[in-house]
Design a binder for this molecule. Sequence first.
Ligand SMILES: *Cc1c(COP(=O)(O)O)cnc(C)c1O
Length: 335
Amino acid sequence: MVVMKDILAAARAIHGVADATPLVPSLVPSTVFGRNGGALWLKLETCQPMGAFKLRGALNAISHLPEGVPGVTCCSTGNHGRAVAYAAAARGLRSVICMSELVPKAKVDGIRALGAEVHIYGRSQDDAQIEAARLSAEEGLIDISPFDDPHVIAGQGTIALEMLAACPELDALLIPLSGGGLAAGMAVAARALSPDMRLIGVSMDRGAAMAASMRAGRPVEVEEVPSLADSLGGGIGLENRHSFRLCRDLLDEVVLVTETEIYVAMQALYHEDRMVAEGASVVGLAALMAGKVTPSPQMGTVLTGRNVDMAQFTQVITGQGVTLGDLTVKGLPYG
Ligand SMILES: *Cc1c(COP(=O)(O)O)cnc(C)c1O
């Protein structure tokens, strides 16, 4: 169980390190939809010290570890690993980060630079998780889940607290959705503070594990494929204990966006708002631009991270084609 009390405690645990990111209005609704489109507020987790919101959950989880643990481990598409490395270093703890071969090199290098050890293992998040479980069993490292851990969920929930404190009129949240730690935590806080708020999870349409699991009524596996939203890749764990139930019970709907819709939203955010953000960050904007969610006067979304692969990001914003495994997103000049 994660309740509001846990999120308030997390807010105290992360205070001064991973909180108080800006909330700013996007220029995209006025330029793309005209003035009647309503506001879209952007929570800039891109301003976190290691470039993504995951620092909130990792700091909160590590602050709850007993004295004397030998270290921590995790499996990660990059940002959770980066956050665990950062939070562990801040507490003087050893960290070993396990990732699959699909993770972009920029993210691997970023993690090594924070002083963590990196183990590359297998072709999927699920493979990398096997290595983290081994380190936990054989070396006693504490395995911190990127999304299925009550302290991580509570840490991510602090984002909704801050958004509603800054803008109490918010009427809908578009939440990037992968393993569901972010959506679960934000939904607990938002439902408590603003019961009528529309809560919409957004994933890419290829390999959306939470959406498939919610349809099936239980955690299911999906094939992981390359995506512009690489931070949204990976399963939710067949033994999922927390994030699946919370997302199923608290989200009003889950919307899926295509790679082309993500590509166009990355361009719009860059050219209109002059912001650099990962594909995973713009899925809420993409859903709105594609007409896949009903607009309302005061919507909010989270720009979850800025840790782009610079070569690929440059291709997108300059309108070049991008190859993602067996799919090519055709080049589209902006506008
Ligand atoms: C982890 C992550 C997400 C998704 O968070 P979940 O808790 O797994 O749903 C979205 N965007 C970025 C940049 C991330 O790193």
